[in-house]
Design a protein around this ligand. Structure first.
Ligand SMILES: CC(C)C(=O)C(=O)O
Length: 508
């Protein structure tokens, strides 16, 4: 088969325009500037669309900030603003905001033209020509959107071709073909884009997908295969309705499956920009979102982790390091010994086989209780499990009932066995743990044994704030001039303190 020549696809990121059309999302001017800077200097997309003209004063300020920075950085021709066929109005708005490139929104289907603008093709072409000539006089670069182009190709192709025949003679740099409603199949994208690219050689065409059928990434891939020169993408697939094609997925697909295609995008920055946009927008990335989702490089099944150590059996080109990420091994009831060993070796911890077995057992127990265990929890779990090993169980806390109600003192009912004898006591306290200690004191009073004095009580959660499983309580005790500490671990803070106390009872 003849080799195809290598082509570079121009990437236009429209997170700040179409992405901001995600319901409930609005970026401040400073947030837009930060995202724009990251996109152009780190992610290295070729162009960014930053706003729609005339939307608001806030948008005006945002465009002004971005164009000021872009001009000083020599990047102004990469900053684009969506404008409308409204005579001079949008052009002026954009110019006053410092913009030099406009993406003019025009009609790409007869249906839209007839029912929304209520114009004939000839009237529309004349209006468009007037805006284009005005922009040319003002030295503004013009790209053209054919809104609803996909339905235009399906239902009014004669209109689309008539319009394109007109446009290719106009001062237009790029023609942008949107699947406005995200209704095309990959096969149709290929068919329509290749027909157009073949008919108008030498003209730059962008393809703009929407994700209504979850076909956004597949469709941009077909658009490129058919010969499109540029793509419109958004971070995290944000955008109108179901969003646009996601930048990270589209880049991974092109880099891995299209050997004759190049982009200028730096894969390493895709995760950082995705997280930044998630924070600014409040639009949460699903944990299974390819490339950028929290879980997509985490092996959960122990058999996968095992295979990773055996000739890299589960290797895929989609390596986390490409995107500045790291392979993780989940900890839970399905994780098994290999996952735990991988986590331990990432932490630099080595355990004997016997201890590893106990730690594995504890993680399975936590998993069974639907608790999420993270790598950061591991040292705590190890500390707890190994600590418990060395302490004999002469004191057993069999049952307790803790109550906490508004305007009533917390209370406890406690049943405890000491050296085979069982006691039951009730008590109140300032808090649930205080009530527990008061009940315990009553038991030990009966046994005429004094209890250690609590001198310090420290609570920690594993770092990272990700765990919803564990809380560690370390209590310092003083007893007969001796000071010692015990530790308890549980998802409930009071229970972790009770566990630490049970250890103390078994030590004295
Ligand atoms: C507003 C236009 C350009 C658009 O995003 C679309 O048609 O998908």
């Amino acid at each position: 088969m003849p080799q195809q020549p290598r082509r570079t696809i121009e990437i236009m990121d429209t997170t700040l325009r179409d992405g901001e059309q995600t319901s409930g999302v609005s970026f401040s001017a400073s947030e837009k500037l930060t995202i724009a800077q990251l996109l152009l200097t780190e992610v290295k997309v070729d162009r960014i669309e930053v706003a729609s003209a005339r939307v608001s004063d806030g948008e005006f300020e945002a465009v002004k900030k971005i164009t000021k920075w872009a001009k000083a950085s020599g990047l102004l021709d990469k900053v684009e603003v969506l404008t409308f066929v409204d005579g001079e109005t949008s052009v002026k708005w954009m110019q006053q905001a410092g913009g030099k490139v406009m993406n003019l929104l025009t009609k790409g289907s007869l249906n839209h033209l007839t029912h929304q603008l209520k114009k004939t093709p000839a009237e529309h072409f004349a209006d468009v020509a007037a805006v284009l000539s005005l922009a040319k006089k003002k030295n503004i670069t013009c790209n053209i959107y054919l809104e609803d182009w996909s339905n235009g190709m399906r239902h009014s192709p004669d209109y689309v071709y008539q319009y394109l025949d007109f446009l290719v003679k106009q001062p237009v740099k790029r023609i942008m073909l949107p699947d406005t409603l995200g209704v095309l199949t990959p096969g149709e994208v290929y068919q329509y884009v290749s027909a157009i690219v073949t008919r108008y050689p030498g003209i730059h065409f962008d393809f703009h997908a929407h994700n209504d059928y979850d076909l956004g990434t597949a469709n941009v891939m077909e658009g490129v295969r058919a010969g499109a020169h540029g793509l419109h993408l958004t971070i995290n697939g944000m955008g109108e309705r179901a969003g646009n094609a996601p930048l990270a997925s589209a880049i991974a697909v092109m880099h891995d499956f299209m050997p004759h295609i190049k982009t200028n995008v730096a894969e390493k920055s895709l995760y950082t920009v995705s997280k930044l946009v998630e924070t600014f927008s409040g639009f949460r990335i699903p944990v299974n979102k390819p490339v950028v989702g929290e879980n997509v490089f985490t092996q959960t099944a122990g058999i996968h982790a095992d295979g990773d150590k055996k000739n890299n059996l589960y290797f895929s080109d989609l390596m986390p390091e490409r995107f500045g990420r790291q392979r993780k091994y989940a900890l839970g009831k399905t994780s098994g010994k290999a996952n735990i060993e991988n986590n331990l070796s990432q932490l630099g911890i080595k355990l004997s086989d016997a201890d590893l077995k106990k730690v594995t057992q504890r993680i399975i127990e936590l998993g069974d209780r639907k608790e999420v265990v993270t790598q950061a929890d591991l040292p705590y779990i190890i500390g707890d499990v190994l600590d418990s090993n060395t302490i004999e169980d002469k004191v057993q806390i069999n049952n307790y009932l803790l109550t906490h109600a508004k305007n009533l003192n917390p209370s406890v009912t406690l049943q405890i066995s000491i050296d085979g004898e069982t006691y039951e006591e009730q008590a109140q306290g300032d808090g649930q743990y205080d009530a527990f200690m008061n009940a315990l004191k009553k038991v030990y009073k009966q046994r005429k044994t004094d209890l250690p004095v609590l001198t310090d009580y420290a609570v920690r959660i594993p770092p990272g704030g990700k765990s919803d499983a564990l809380c560690e309580t370390i209590i310092t005790w003083s007893h007969h001039n001796r000071e010692f500490k015990t530790r308890g671990l549980d998802s409930d803070q009071t229970v972790s303190a009770i566990k630490a106390t049970q250890k103390m009872l078994n030590i004295i």
